[in-house]
Every structure is written in C-alpha cells, then in structure tokens.
Ligand binder design. Structure first.
Ligand code: ATP
Length: 347
C-alpha cells in the first residue's frame, strides 16, 4: 500500500490570472480513499493530472512513499487515472479495452485473458467481453473504464467524477462497487467530486478545495459538524451564521445567550448550526421563541424559515412535523449545545 504526499503543490497555467492549484499540501494514507471535493473550476482535475504526471507543477512536490516522482514519467509512476468521459477505444471490444494495458506491458496472452476475465467478473460484466463500447450503457462503460484501470494493479488510483454521468440508481451501485473494490484491493485512491453527499458516503477523508486552495482536510463527520470557516460550512450545506461573541462557554448574540459545547474557543465569532439539528419544543436551556415563516418541501425533509427576533433561522424538519406548523405560528425551538459550533469572525 502506498502513501501519497503532496507538498506545497502549485500549478499556474501560463497567462492565467491566478494559480489553478495553489500550495496544496495533502497526505493520502496508504490504502485510504480520499475525496477531493470542490465546486467546478476549483482545481480538482488539475491536481489529479499533476499526480498522474500528465502535467508538470509550477512548484511543489509529489511523493509516493516518501520519494519524489516529479522526474518519473506517467507510465512508470504506478498511478492510473480514470477520466470522467472514460475514453474507451471505440474500435476495440470490451475485453480488448480492458486488456490493453497488459498487452502494452508485453504480458503473455494467456495471463492477459485470465486477468481480463477475472476483473470483468468483479465489475459484473461477464458476458460483455465481445461487445463494443457503443453497445454498452453509460454505467457499463464506466465499469469497463474502472476494470481497465484496476487490471494494472496500480499503486494509486485517481477517479475523476466517476459517478457524474450516471442516473441516481446507477450512481448508488457504482459508488458501492468503487468502495468495495477499494477496500478489497487496498489501492490508495483519490476520487474527484463536486458533490458533498457523494464524498461523505464514499470517503475516509475529504479534502475540500476552493479556488485552488485546500481549505480543510477532515473526516466527513468532522467537516459536517466542525467546518473550518463559513465558506467550508456553506459548501457543506450549512445555512445558519450568526455573529456574536463566545465567552466562558456561552455565545452572546441577537439570539440571547446560548450554551456552547465545552471545546468552543473564546472571542468574536460566527455561531453556526445545521438546519437539521434544530429541535422543535423545549423551555429549558438553549430554547428560543420563534415565529414560523416560509417552507419548501424537499422530499424527505421540509425546509422552514423561523424568525427569532431580528434573526432568520433555517430549519430542516421531518415533513410531518413541518405540516403541523402553519406560517405565522409562535413556536419554541431548542438548539442543543452539541450541535453548535463557532467559526472564526470574518475580518
Ligand atoms: P470541473 O469540476 O469543472 O472539472 P475542476 O475543479 O476540475 O473543475 P480544473 O479543471 O482543475 O477544475 O481547472 C481549474 C482552473 O484552471 C479553472 O479556472 C480552469 O479554467 C483552469 N484551467 C484548466 N485547464 C487549463 C489549461 N489547460 N490552461 C489554462 N487554464 C486551465
């Protein structure tokens, strides 16, 4: 299993106003699955291409097990990248596509045939070996692309938006397949995605990239409940941000004093809590009087705005709970201390 370390990795495309990847330092533990998450244009694909050796960095280093690979050509890095549009050879059959890399390595025909059969079975494509890529669905093509990469037994696997062209049902299947194969093989894997829920389900750790800069690296649970700043929290679907001061375990703001979790730092800050953490009812600690405002039905949850004096709060409530709260109704809610988190004040 291979450790991947990016050290102050920077790529500035000639003529571009800013670096596409800007001083990224990131460790991928041996055998781990990391999601590189961020909005379109934040530098995710550029980072992958740098690791694969398809682009040269402007500065910084890429190390596999502690050794720099900057001078190593792409085909000798042991890094395989699966592109978003999977780029299968249209004139070759599925089996020929999958076995291509081994043939290039000059492996015996019998070994190539055996390994092709094995890997096609693993991605549930036994019986598709003779088809052409044009005779496959998008999901099947995606699995051929994955098989073509895995057959090479790479040290590092890079997957660029592997689920983006699939419908909801196939996305779930493909996500499970990637997760299972990654656990089975122990290949250190980096998955690029712009979808935070996908990253949360798939990854051991998430590296969040905004404007070419790494903003936070954490487990999905930490990113969700302990975001580093408002930009990270927003990207992760956070909604409530209330300025005030944190003092001796309490947050003082237009909402009145609220008890914080024990690890909250003192000073000016921005209180945040997830819309889904709000509890209806309660008269004790951290309870507030609010007036019910607008709502939007989202399927499994309903988004409801709640007016707490001058502050508007966004809540996500079970549809049955929300249905019993007409607009204009006075209500009490509770913000459990464990659900509160204080972000640094914006300067
Ligand atoms: P997406 O999710 O849309 O694929 P991304 O996060 O993968 O986006 P990149 O493709 O890495 O982002 O692009 C990062 C930035 O670098 C963008 O501003 C893009 O326009 C720019 N860029 C990408 N490739 C080149 C290039 N070859 N020359 C100049 N600029 C480029």
């Amino acid at each position: 299993m291979t450790q991947v370390s990016l050290h102050a990795l920077t790529k500035h495309y000639p003529g571009a106003p800013a670096a596409a990847v800007d001083g990224v330092t990131l460790d991928l533990a041996p055998g781990s699955l990391t999601a590189l998450l961020g909005p379109s244009g934040c530098g995710k694909t550029t980072t992958m291409r740098l690791i694969a050796g398809l682009l040269d960095p402007t500065s910084g280093d890429i190390r596999l097990d502690g050794t720099s690979v900057l001078a190593t050509p792409p085909e000798r890095r042991g890094v395989v990248m699966v592109f978003q549009n999977h780029l299968l050879f249209p004139h070759m059959s599925v089996a020929e596509n999958v076995g291509f890399g081994l043939r290039m390595q000059g492996r015996p025909t019998s070994e190539t045939a055996r390994r092709t059969e094995e890997i096609l079975a693993r991605v549930q494509l036994t019986g598709f070996a003779r088809r052409r890529p044009t005779e496959l669905s998008g999901g099947q093509q995606q699995r051929v692309a994955l098989a073509r990469a895995l057959i090479l037994r790479p040290k590092v696997l890079l997957l660029d938006e592997p689920l983006s062209n699939l419908d909801a049902h196939l996305r779930g299947e493909m996500r499970d397949l990637i997760r299972d194969l990654q656990r089975e093989t122990g290949i250190t894997t980096l998955v690029v995605t712009h979808d935070q829920s996908e990253a949360t389900i798939l990854a051991d750790q998430i590296a969040l990239l905004l404007d070419g800069k790494l903003r936070q690296v954490a487990t999905p649970a930490e990113l969700y409940s302990r975001p580093a700043d408002t930009a990270v929290a927003r990207f992760f679907g956070g909604a409530n941000f209330i300025t005030g001061q944190s003092r001796a375990g309490q947050f003082l703001s237009a909402l009145g004093p609220l008890r914080l979790p024990p690890d909250a730092p003192d000073g000016d800050g921005i209180l945040t809590f997830r819309p889904e953490a709000i509890e209806t009812g309660g008269f004790g600690e951290n309870s507030l009087a609010v007036v019910v405002g607008d709502r939007a039905f989202l399927g499994s949850q309903t988004r409801v705005t709640l007016q707490a004096g001058p502050v508007m709060i966004e809540a996500l409530l079970p549809p049955a709970t929300a249905a019993a709260l007409p607009g204009g109704m006075a209500l009490r809610i509770t913000l459990p201390p464990a659900a509160l988190w204080v972000l640094p004040a914006v300067r």
